[in-house]
Ligand binder design. Structure first.
Ligand code: F6P
Length: 436
């Protein structure tokens, strides 16, 4: 009996069990059983992509045959406390009642997570801000039976934060607020979270990963190598994740007919018909977000789609504007050849690296298009997307996913009557070109 008591003595939070006087093989077996399951604790300010990442981790691990469940404090809060927990004062660090209620919600989810693992689950993901060291100490005190891996999401892109906050303001919990009131209220709440923020690594946690949730990049980690789930989680964090992306080039323009580059020309009648065909072709396909460039030809191509789908969320991004040809904007390829032969010659010699005088090269496009794609994927939160781009832009988007040699990128085929459909996760690489 005494022996059994020793076996089941509690380990310090996050530490393996130690058993004085017990055979090392028995200790190893207990520790192995302990490591077979895992708590994943999300950390980060609101609107940093924690829930999207939590869902991806669940999907990635489930594909490996693991049983995974997510426990979200926000959902529980909205269900149990309703409107009183929407007010920013609820989050003020010196509001003892608010703190006690939030802690109670946290404990409820910790209990549910513990039950989940005890009853056969492999991984319990706790999705909440968990930004204070005190909260994370509480979690570690409560969850001693299996290791806890903390995943902190950071992302300070001002455009995304602004759009994400506006999206929060449209949630049912803000139904009684005007948009501006909701945004102001949410920003005040954010300020309270910022005031109590301790980054992972500076808190009590032993295993942690800090992730740039915009770039899908691990910034720093204190790995939990002994967990069999760790490699799959890492893979999810760094893999491009595109549920469904349609990539289309705008329809035919006046400039295309004349062989001119750049500018802001309208579509021709044929281009307008291509745009209508595109909308018809995609009928029945789920698309939640539409991204265009800021150019007229991109908007005109998107217009029939938008007309058919009033709920489609839509955003024009400068990152998707066509390659800027500088001094050659609006010129015909023939005129450039005749009047600026060195441009044609140098561009032919290195089309990827050559920048138009006062303009851009494909090499320069890469960074801005990448930023655009990252923004798009963050905002759409794994929901189906369409991008209506341009010839050079779409080449660069394709190359981001298909890993072409850089010198081949400027020659990828981007027709105006075909769309590309991509779906990329660690489990799935789909790439198809479809006529419409
Ligand atoms: O010709 C249409 C166009 O979109 C131009 O505006 C742009 O300069 C060009 O394609 C990019 O293609 P390339 O790099 O092959 O000239």
């Amino acid at each position: 009996m005494r022996f059994k008591l020793t076996i089941f003595q509690r380990a310090a939070p996050g530490r393996p069990f130690t058993f004085p006087g017990v055979r090392p093989s028995a200790v190893a077996a207990v520790n192995e059983a302990r490591m077979r399951k895992l708590y994943v604790i999300m950390v980060g300010l609101p609107a940093r992509g924690k829930s999207t990442l939590a869902q991806r981790i669940r999907e990635g691990l489930e594909a490996d045959g693991r049983q995974v469940a997510i426990f979200n404090n926000g959902d529980l809060r909205r269900r149990l406390l309703g409107a009183m927990s929407t007010r920013p004062e609820f989050y003020r660090p010196d509001n003892a009642e608010g703190r006690a209620l939030r802690e109670d919600l946290c404990r409820r989810n910790l209990e549910r997570a513990r039950q989940w693992l005890a009853q056969g689950g492999d991984v319990a993901i706790l999705d909440a801000t968990n930004v204070s060291a005190g909260r994370r100490t509480l979690i570690l005190e409560e969850l001693r039976d299996h290791p806890a891996l903390f995943i902190e999401c950071v992302n300070e892109d001002p455009l995304l934060l602004d759009l994400s906050i506006r999206a929060k303001a449209r949630l049912p919990e803000y139904a009684a607020y005007s948009e501006e009131e909701a945004v102001a209220s949410f920003r005040e709440r954010l300020g309270y979270y910022e005031a109590m923020y301790t980054p992972v690594g500076d808190g009590p946690e032993r295993f942690w990963i800090r992730v740039d949730s915009l770039a899908n990049r691990i910034l720093q980690e204190q790995p939990c190598e002994a967990s069999p789930m760790y490699p799959a989680i890492r893979e999810v964090l760094v893999c491009p994740w595109v549920r469904s992306l349609y990539l289309v080039r705008h329809g035919q323009t006046e400039f295309n007919l004349e062989g001119r580059i750049g500018g802001d020309p309208p579509l021709t009648p044929k281009g307008l018909e291509q745009a209508r065909r595109l909308a018809r072709h995609l009928r029945g396909e789920r698309i939640d977000w539409l991204f265009t460039s800021t150019r007229r030809r991109s908007h005109e191509t998107a217009a029939p789609l938008l007309a058919e789908r009033p709920d489609l969320r839509c955003l024009a991004l400068k990152e998707f504007d066509e390659i800027f040809a500088g001094d050659c904007e609006g010129m015909r390829y023939d005129d450039i050849r005749a009047t600026m032969p060195q441009v044609t010659m140098q561009r032919n010699a290195d089309k990827y690296g050559y920048a138009y005088p006062h303009g851009e090269s494909y090499a320069m496009l890469r960074d801005r298009v990448r930023r655009g794609v990252m923004r798009v994927l963050f905002l759409a939160k794994d929901r189906p997307i369409i991008i209506v781009g341009h010839q050079a832009i779409n080449r660069v988007v394709l190359a981001l996913f298909l890993k072409h040699r850089k010198e081949d990128i400027p020659y990828l085929n981007v027709p105006q009557d075909k769309l590309y459909h991509l779906s990329v996760t660690p489990q799935r690489k789909l790439f198809e070109r479809i006529s419409y």
